[in-house]
Design a protein around this ligand. Structure first.
Ligand code: ADP
Ligand code: MG
Length: 333
C-alpha cells in the first residue's frame, strides 16, 4: 500500500541500498510454495482446501520493545515470529500449511534481513509452512504473521470443550522461558540459565501433539501468557472451574530450585512464552494420552481436574488452598 508520508518510490532501487522493495521480497521472502496454488507475486495468494476440512487461521504481532529487545538476534526472531503463530495452530489441533508475513522495517539492512529470513524459513521448513504472501513497509520494526492450518471438519480443539470431572494436562515443563526472560532483564544472574534463554528465544510449538489430541482432548490452549491466565481462558469459555495442584505442575530442576521465592513461583504459574499445550480430557483417555506421550517423547502431566464450581483454585500437595496474587500477562493491565 502507498505510504501517505512518502513519495511512491519504494518500487525503484533505493539510492542508499540499491535495492527496491520488490528485490527484497524476491531475495528474502520468496521460496517455493509447493502446497499453494499460487504463492508470492500476485495480488493475492491462492490455496485449495481439502474437502471435509476446515481452515484454522490465526494472527500474531511482535513489536520491538514489547515482544523482543531491539538488539534481538534476527535469526532467532525470524524463528520465533513464525513459531508463536504455529503454536496457535497446534493448540487447535490443526496442521500448519501457509503463512503470510507483514513486516515493517526502519531501514533496509540486508545482513539483518538475511538472518531474519534464514530463521523464519528454518521454522517454516520444520513445520511444513509455505510463505505465500505478505507486505513489506518502512516503519518501526514490527512483524505480523498470519498462519493457516487445516483440520478435519469438527475435529478442531476449541477452548470451550472442557467438561466437569475431566483431567487437566500439561505438556513439557512450564516456567523456563519466563526464567530466561528474568535473566535477560537482569533480575537474576544469567549463569547456568542458558537453556531457559534458549526456551525463550526458540520455542518449539507442539504441532504433533496437537494433531494427536484430535478426538482425544476436549479443549486445548497453548501457554503463551502463563498457566493461570491460559487455563483461565479454557474455564471461562467452557463455563466451568478447576482445581489444580501446585506440586504437580511440571518444572525444570532449574526452576524447582527457586520455589521458595516469588519469582520462581511466578515463572511457574504465570510466566508466559513456554508454548506448551494445556488441555483437558475425560479420565478414560489417560491410557491413550500416555501412549501418545511415549510415542512423541513428550512428557504429559496431569495437574488437576475440571469442576462445576467456577474459578481456578490452586492447591498444595496436601490439598490445602494456596493464595497467589498474580495471574498472567496482559498488555493493557
Ligand atoms: P500489493 O501492492 O498488490 O499489495 P505488494 O507489492 O505489497 O503487492 O507485494 C507483492 C507481492 O509480494 C505480493 O504477492 C505479496 O503478498 C508479496 N509480499 C510482500 N511482502 C512480503 C513479505 N514480507 N513476505 C512474503 N511475501 C511478501
Ligand atoms: Mg502490499
Amino acid at each position: 500500500m502507498r505510504d501517505i508520508n512518502q513519495p511512491p518510490i519504494t518500487n525503484h532501487p533505493s539510492p542508499v541500498t540499491g535495492v527496491s522493495e520488490f528485490d527484497l521480497i524476491a531475495r528474502y521472502f520468496t521460496r517455493a510454495t509447493p502446497q499453494a496454488v499460487l504463492g508470492v507475486g500476485d495480488d493475492a495468494a491462492l490455496v485449495a482446501v481439502g474437502s471435509g476440512m476446515e481452515l484454522a487461521i490465526s494472527t500474531d504481532t511482535l513489536v520491538e520493545g514489547t515482544h523482543f529487545f531491539a538488539d534481538a538476534d534476527p535469526r532467532l526472531l525470524g524463528w520465533k515470529a513464525l513459531a508463536v503463530n504455529v503454536s496457535d495452530l497446534a493448540a487447535m489441533g490443526a496442521e500448519p500449511r501457509f503463512a503470510t508475513l507483514a513486516i515493517s522495517l526502519p531501514q533496509v539492512q540486508e545482513p539483518w534481513l538475511a538472518r531474519f529470513s534464514e530463521g523464519f524459513f528454518e521454522c517454516a521448513r520444520q513445520y511444513g509452512v509455505d510463505l505465500i504472501g505478505g507486505d513489506t513497509t518502512k516503519g518501526p520494526l514490527c512483524i505480523t504473521i498470519t498462519v493457516l492450518g487445516e483440520t478435519p471438519k469438527t475435529a478442531a480443539l476449541r477452548r470451550s470443550g472442557a467438561r466437569i470431572n475431566e483431567d487437566i494436562w500439561i505438556s513439557g515443563q512450564l516456567g523456563n522461558a519466563a526464567l530466561g526472560l528474568a535473566a535477560l532483564q537482569g533480575k537474576i544472574t544469567k549463569e547456568g540459565l542458558e537453556s531457559c534463554i534458549t526456551a525463550l528465544h526458540a520455542p518449539q510449538p507442539r504441532v504433533e501433539l496437537g494433531l494427536a489430541l484430535r478426538n482425544r482432548a476436549s479443549a486445548a490452549i497453548d501457554v503463551s501468557d502463563g498457566l493461570m491466565a491460559d487455563l483461565g481462558h479454557i474455564l471461562e469459555r467452557s463455563g466451568v472451574g478447576a482445581d489444580i495442584r501446585f506440586d504437580l505442575i511440571p518444572r525444570s530442576t532449574l526452576l524447582a530450585a527457586r520455589m521458595d521465592n516469588d519469582l520462581g513461583r511466578f515463572c511457574l504459574l504465570a510466566g508466559g512464552e513456554d508454548y506448551e499445550l494445556c488441555f483437558t480430557a475425560p479420565p478414560r483417555m489417560e491410557p491413550q494420552l500416555l501412549e501418545v506421550a511415549d510415542k512423541l517423547k513428550i512428557r504429559l502431566t496431569r495437574i488437576g481436574k475440571i469442576s462445576a464450581e467456577k474459578g481456578l483454585r490452586l492447591l498444595d500437595g496436601h490439598g490445602k488452598p494456596m493464595v497467589v496474587n498474580f495471574t498472567g500477562y496482559d498488555h493493557f493491565a
